[in-house]
Design a protein around this ligand. Structure first.
Ligand code: SF4
Length: 329
């Protein structure tokens, strides 16, 4: 089996190890707070922590993947028994299920997770157990982090051209548990490994291609809905699916009829999705954290500026004079 070793300084290894301990302790504290002080915990999670993630993915998905508590739980599963690589069929099922989970769980914020701390805590704990279970069965992080995780498609899309190239913080010795599509191993190349390198529109025929084409519409659909009771679930899913479908049709039209260069479309989708996300999220952050509206405008414009900078750097690297991303770490 091929191995890819990353050489880290002791200081770097210590940094990632202690960051993982901190992230795990913070998650345990969050689960407790979701039960005891649900209002505050939900506000800190949804409107303090989560809005940071998309911007960091554009810069590089490596930091989050290096400390994500669910990834740590997935690794801990490896401590039990012997693992094997998932078959191609299992990979297809797990990744497909991850895409479905995204479309089920994110809209469920509107009628469940945004306002019910206990339900969210139980769900996060259940997903954590699932991550451990998949770590018991499948090698390293192939079953959860690189297949099932519902956040993975967003990491792949926004991380297709990381501005900052970082050495991975996990898997000092990579055993290629996931030969194609592991961001930690392949960085931005993981995106084309998943979509294929076919020119023109073939990527749109793959489940991941459909997912990313639908994402800008999904964000509009989700963001224009209010929170509500559980009997609004059909309206919520109808809205997010309707907007996702509309987005799919627009992207397919631009790609196939407009004959836009294939490598340009996913870049445009990522930038559009990122800008839409921060456009809608900034004011919501200010409202839900009960801070001055100007703070929401700052979040909105800083988020969009990060996306715009990513777009500029990416287009310059792909279509202009080639420049290597900064290497740090
Ligand atoms: S998770 Fe990625 S970096 Fe780690 S062993 Fe598997 S392929 Fe290698």
């Amino acid at each position: 089996m091929a191995t890819h070793v990353v050489v880290r300084s002791e200081r770097e290894a210590r940094f990632w190890a202690s960051s993982r301990v901190f992230a795990m302790l913070a998650t345990v504290a969050l689960l407790g707070a979701l039960v005891v002080w649900p209002g505050n915990a939900l506000a800190v999670l949804w409107y303090g922590a989560i809005p940071l993630l998309p911007a960091t993915f554009f810069l590089s998905p490596i930091p989050w993947r290096s400390v994500c508590p669910l990834a740590t739980l997935n690794e801990w599963g490896n401590l039990i028994g012997r693992q094997r690589a998932p078959t191609a069929r299992e990979v297809a099922w797990l990744t497909g299920l991850g895409l479905v989970l995204f479309h089920l769980m994110v809209p469920a914020r509107r009628f469940l997770f945004n306002e019910h701390g206990l339900v969210l805590a139980v769900t996060v704990a259940a997903v954590g157990l699932l991550a451990v279970g998949l770590g018991v069965v499948y090698s390293v992080r192939s079953g959860f982090c690189n297949d099932l995780c519902p956040v993975l498609p967003v990491e792949l899309l926004y991380g297709q051209a990381p501005v900052v190239r970082l050495r991975r913080g996990r898997c000092e010795t990579c055993t290629t548990c996931t030969p194609r599509g592991c961001i930690d191993l392949s960085q931005g190349r993981a995106f084309t490994q998943v979509t294929g390198t076919g020119r023109e529109w073939q990527w749109l025929t793959k489940p991941f291609g459909l997912f990313i084409a639908a994402l800008p519409g999904f964000i509009i659909g989700y963001s224009t809905l209010p929170n509500g009771p559980i009997d609004q679930a059909f309206v919520v899913y109808g809205t997010t699916l309707g907007w996702s479908l509309a987005s799919l049709v627009v992207v397919a039209g631009i790609t196939i009829v407009g004959r836009v260069e294939a490598r340009l479309v996913p870049i445009g989708i990522a930038a559009t999705a990122g800008v839409l996300y921060y456009w809608f999220t900034g004011p919501v952050v200010a409202r839900e954290l009960a801070v001055a509206p100007v703070i929401g405008e700052v979040v909105r414009w800083i988020g969009m500026a990060v996306v715009a900078s990513w777009l500029f750097v990416t287009l310059r690297a792909r279509f202009g004079a080639r420049s290597n991303p900064a290497e740090i770490g």
